[in-house]
Design a protein around this ligand. Structure first.
Ligand code: GLP
Length: 240
């Protein structure tokens, strides 16, 4: 694991954006794994600037998002489909047909997950996976538990995540109770992983991750099994 400790949120976002742009510049047909949440918003906004300045071109890139609430309509402003359009896709030239997000409107969630996993494999896997981290150490929507599903699956959200994510909804009751998410094995198959963390609320989870121990009660720690993981965090997330 390589850990980059940044002075602030902007520096973290800038470093991450440069890594993504370099990946795309080295391989214009890169397969990117993308994340939602407030943490990567700054990185997306810098990537949009880089695209506008012709420093990076997304025309041949394919993207797979980590997760989506379930059920949720794509037009719901809190869906991850809506988030990605608002914060990235509607500002860059990635073709719509190259964008993949688990379908929160699917009638058959299991079939959707199985097909999503197969599609990632059919593209030869993810070249660079961007991750955020939940306060309880969740990754995507892989929540702390005794057992975790390995591949893309439908999952329940914990009370802690419902409460943390309720800030985006009118009330906690409106947060969907389920989600579709890549599993930890799906994520660990990515060739490179870049995890972003900002702020004190992430300190506990980051401490467990950098301890080097592995437990399903903090899914982020499973990333210790990956051979090419870069953690980019600010001082508050690192030092608490
Ligand atoms: C959500 C997402 C995660 C994300 C996490 C942290 O639950 N499913 O992928 O990492 O929130 O979000 P934030 O960056 O807003 O703290």
């Amino acid at each position: 694991m390589r850990i980059i400790i940044c002075d602030n949120y902007y520096e973290m976002s800038k470093k991450a954006a440069i890594l993504v742009a370099s990946q795309v510049n080295m391989n214009p047909r890169s397969v990117l794994g993308l994340a939602t949440g407030s943490t990567p918003e700054g990185m997306y906004s810098i990537l949009i600037n880089m695209y506008n300045n012709k420093e990076v071109d997304f025309s041949e890139v394919t993207t797979f998002n980590l997760d989506e609430y379930f059920p949720i309509s794509k037009s719901n402003s809190q869906s991850y489909d809506f988030f990605m359009k608002k914060h990235l896709f509607s500002h860059i030239n990635v073709p719509e047909t190259n964008i993949n997000i688990p379908n929160g409107e699917a009638c058959d969630a299991e079939k959707e997950c199985e097909e999503y996993e197969k599609k990632i494999d059919a593209f030869g896997g993810i070249d660079l996976q961007i991750l955020g981290i939940g306060q309880n150490g969740h990754i995507g929507f892989n929540e702390p538990d005794e057992f975790l599903f390995s591949n893309t699956h439908k999952t329940d959200l914990t009370e802690s995540t419902i409460s943390a994510n309720s800030r985006f909804f009118a009330s906690a009751d409106e947060v969907p109770k389920n989600a579709l998410t890549m599993g930890m094995a799906t994520i660990l198959k990515a060739k490179k992983i870049v995890l972003l963390a900002s702020g004190k609320s992430k300190h506990d989870a980051i401490s467990k991750l950098v301890s080097g121990k592995i437990t399903t009660s903090c899914p982020a720690t499973m990333l210790n099994m990956h051979k090419d993981l870069v953690v980019i965090c600010d001082k508050e997330a690192y030092h608490g």
